[in-house]
Design a protein. Structure first.
Length: 527
């Protein structure tokens, strides 16, 4: 028995070392890059909360014997698969999900289903420590910000101020306020959902009532964020710029968040008061009894607390060790192909003449591309096309192409139509080009835009395709380089939409041969 007690901690320590080796870079990024982001700063507290929840389960766990189960590999193997997906495609969320699946798989492997059932909530709650994928986070944050801005403007109008919204810019007449990232809806939503889940977990009520409490955090987040925006607009006329920055801005955010928690508590009180549990029913559902058939044999020798199951541990340790060794021993260094600098893209293309229009430094810092150019071209009739392309030599973790679906609405542009279009290229080569197409509207102005993602000889039209092919090409070509191309032309009042469509297609046919000289193709190699 002493030997068995000694083996358990040693095995757990060995797992800890292997997980630290495999996921070191993942958690280095989480701690130094993701948690410092204000959207997810509250996520740093989640591991401490999980430890507290586990401590509260200690007696229940000690009273349940550990029964090893090979079924834990049903989560452990996908966890390793997600590790390679994230490592090769440059998506940190896949690595976070990989760690979580691996951890839960190891618990199932050694503790058995009954103990895993006891640990279900703390383990599920651990997911709140990880930020969402960037392209989902950006899109969600933008939509929540626009909803809050729209509602905040309505509140200002009800108060009596003349307010007008243009994207995330609010015009109050005497000043213009920008709803910046600090007022992003997701900055409220993440901590509010975390607190809502915790409050619902400790709330002794039926499951549907707990779900209702958690679901209410989304509208509460939007409404309270709108209140913050409206309060800044109201106070601005008395305190000026001080109301929108510094202490007052931070204090208003803290005050609104605490008020929201108060509303959640009031909601729980109202549910308990007006929707009481029926007599004779338990407020907390009883835990289902799961037959111990996981080992296919007896559980008499199972440990009441420790990690049992020597064969399972040997297999798991070999799998994790092989993953670490492969990640270190195989050369996955990217082959970055040669490329001409974009500042050499000519300003004369066919019958079009252009003028470069550089981005501000704040946009360059945020987009993190390797190279870019933006040129305003005009044809002989004075009709213009804005041409923008950004190149990423390596779409590594935390650095990848941004889609116009999230960038353009932040400037106040509304997507009236969106879909795909096929452009016949003509010429000697013939063929066609598949692009994303949208009609945008802002302040009475309509614009037509085409955009697509040249990726190592492919032309893609969605972020999901980008992630899938980034993984495949990292494995097969050791390349993840890629670009975004975006064209925009105004639909002028005196012309039909078909005229703008013809103009943009004509420019696309002219610019494609030029782009082929500057963007790496399928078979390009490093210099």
């Amino acid at each position: 028995m002493p030997a068995v007690r000694f083996v358990g901690p040693v095995r757990a320590a060995l797992y800890g070392v292997l997980l630290a080796c495999v996921y070191y870079s993942t958690f280095h990024w989480l701690v130094t890059m993701d948690w410092p982001r204000e959207d997810y700063s509250s996520s740093a507290l989640v591991p401490l909360i999980v430890l507290y929840l586990l401590w509260g389960k200690r007696r229940e766990l000690a009273n349940q014997p550990s029964v090893p189960s090979w079924r834990g590999f049903a989560l452990l193997v996908p966890g390793i698969a997600f590790f390679w997906l994230g490592e090769l495609s440059g998506e940190y969320f896949s690595l976070y999900l990989s760690f979580w699946l691996t951890l839960v798989g190891l618990c199932w492997l050694h503790l058995g289903w009954r103990k895993l059932n006891i640990l279900a909530f703390p383990l599920a709650f651990l997911l709140a420590a990880f930020p969402l994928p960037n392209f989902i986070n950006n899109k969600m944050s933008l939509q929540l910000k626009l909803l809050s801005s729209r509602l905040g403007v309505r509140m200002l109008q009800v108060y009596g101020l003349s307010a007008y919204r243009e994207g995330n810019i609010i015009d109050l007449g005497f000043t213009r306020l920008q709803v910046v990232d600090a007022c992003s809806g997701i900055r409220y939503l993440v901590p509010l959902v975390v607190m809502g889940v915790l409050m619902a977990y400790f709330f002794r009520a039926a499951l549907w009532k707990k779900v209702a409490i958690v679901a209410s955090t989304l509208p509460l987040s939007i409404v309270t964020n709108a209140l913050r925006i409206a309060s800044v607009g109201i106070l601005y006329q008395y305190w000026g710029q001080r109301a929108a920055e510094g202490f007052m801005h931070d204090f208003s955010g803290w005050f609104i968040f605490m008020a929201t928690l108060g509303l959640l508590a009031a909601e729980m009180w109202a549910i308990r008061k007006f929707l009481p549990e029926r007599a004779g029913t338990s407020a907390i559902a009883s835990r289902p009894v799961v037959p111990e058939r996981e080992t296919g044999g007896r559980s008499a020798g199972a440990s009441p607390w420790g990690w049992s199951g020597l064969p399972q541990s040997v297999a798991a340790i070999l799998l994790l060790g092989a993953t670490f060794a492969l990640a270190q021993g195989v050369n996955f260094r990217e082959k970055v192909p040669a490329k001409k600098p974009f500042d050499r893209i000519p300003l004369s293309v066919g019958g079009w003449r252009g003028v470069r229009n550089p981005l501000g430094q704040e946009f360059i810092d945020a987009l993190k591309f390797s190279d870019y150019t933006m040129v305003d071209f005009q044809d002989g009739q004075g009709r213009s096309v804005n041409f923008y392309t950004a190149y990423y030599a390596s779409q590594s973790k935390g650095r990848s192409v941004h889609t116009p679906e999230t960038c353009l609405p932040s400037g106040g542009w509304v997507f009236e139509e969106s879909g795909l279009a096929t452009i016949p290229l003509g010429g000697t080569a013939g063929g066609s080009l598949r692009v994303s197409r949208a009609i945008l509207y802002k302040d009475g102005t309509k614009e037509l835009t085409y955009y697509w993602f040249p990726q190592r000889g492919r032309v893609l039209t969605s972020m999901y395709q980008l992630k899938m092919y980034a993984l495949w090409d990292a494995l097969t070509r050791q390349r993840t380089d890629g670009a975004l191309v975006r064209l925009i032309t105004q639909i002028y009042p005196a012309e039909k939409p078909e005229d703008a469509e013809a103009r943009l297609q004509a420019f696309t046919r002219e610019i494609m041969p030029v782009l082929s000289q500057f963007l790496p193709g399928r078979d390009d190699s490093p210099p």
